[in-house]
Ligand binder design. Structure first.
Ligand SMILES: C[S@@+](CC[C@H](N)C(=O)[O-])C[C@H]1O[C@@H](n2cnc3c(N)ncnc32)[C@H](O)[C@@H]1O
Length: 246
């Protein structure tokens, strides 16, 4: 019964598989991507490939391909498998990815489906990334997904995740809010006066978001080595690790 109730409250598919949700995402993209460009660069810089080396990586919850594009820009021999469950996000991505034609493949993949990896993701795959999608998954699924990622990675292959995290305690939360509100003086007002749509998006954003530490534990438990927080600023992090070479 609890599961049925929880599932009814999970608005994630409704948000991402709706024209309105995707229009909103598109309308806020340029501001967001300006802020995130450096973080996305770091994900590319962390990958262990030579500039022209051929390799294939999967981007889980790829959306319109913002994270994958940075990697394609860094590595001329890279091919991206962009996995997502939203036809609307993939259609928008196909427009934006026109300059990368031939260097990427979209595949439908609902990340909530245990063991549902599409055959188009090579097994093994050279690297896996995710960006702003894992926080939409329940904790049990975060854990099984990390297990599936390491099982699909080639030995020595890296997984990197860029995601928001919850504060571990109220003191940290207060500090994050203080700094965030100084950067955006309208933020406190926006928090206090969300429209119903903004409230829905916010609820969807935070529903399964958890602090950082347990996620690092999930990676280690799955068998990753080199697990680290490679970048962090307030509530946004890049963490990851690699599949042991042998
Ligand atoms: C916040 S957007 C991030 C998109 C992109 N990775 C980026 O960094 O710009 C979240 C993406 O995760 C996808 N997503 C959410 N839940 C998913 C699921 N269960 N299976 C597959 N994709 C999912 C959404 O469709 C959307 O494209």
């Amino acid at each position: 019964m609890a599961d049925i109730e929880d599932a009814a409250e999970d608005t994630n598919a409704a948000v991402w598989k709706s024209d309105i949700g995707v229009s909103f995402w598109k309308s806020t993209a340029s501001d967001r991507e300006r802020r995130r460009a450096g973080h996305r660069e770091l994900m590319a810089e962390l990958l262990p490939f030579d500039a022209a080396e051929p390799f294939t990586f999967a981007d889980l919850g790829a959306g319109t391909g913002a994270a994958a594009r940075t990697i394609l820009d860094h590595f001329s021999g890279a091919h991206a498998i962009l996995a997502d469950f939203s036809p609307q996000m993939m259609a928008q991505g196909a427009l934006e990815l026109e300059p990368y034609t031939g260097r990427y493949t979209y595949v439908e993949f609902d990340l909530t489906q245990v063991g549902g990896w599409p055959a188009q993701i090579p097994d093994p795959v050279d690297a896996v990334i995710s960006s702003l999608s894992v926080h939409h998954l329940r904790d049990e699924r975060k854990q099984t997904l990390f297990g599936e990622i390491i099982a699909h990675l080639a030995p020595g292959g890296w997984y990197l995740n860029y995601d928001p995290v919850m504060p571990p305690d109220p003191v940290v939360e207060e500090a994050w809010l203080r700094a965030g509100d100084r950067r955006d003086p309208s933020a406190a007002d926006k928090r206090a006066h969300r429209s119903p749509e903004e409230h829905l998006r916010y609820e969807n954003h935070v529903r399964y978001m958890i602090p950082l530490e347990p996620q690092l534990g999930f990676l280690r438990a799955a068998g990753f080595e080199g697990v680290d927080v490679y970048w962090k600023e307030l509530d946004y992090v890049i963490y990851g690790g690699r599949r042991p070479r042998a």
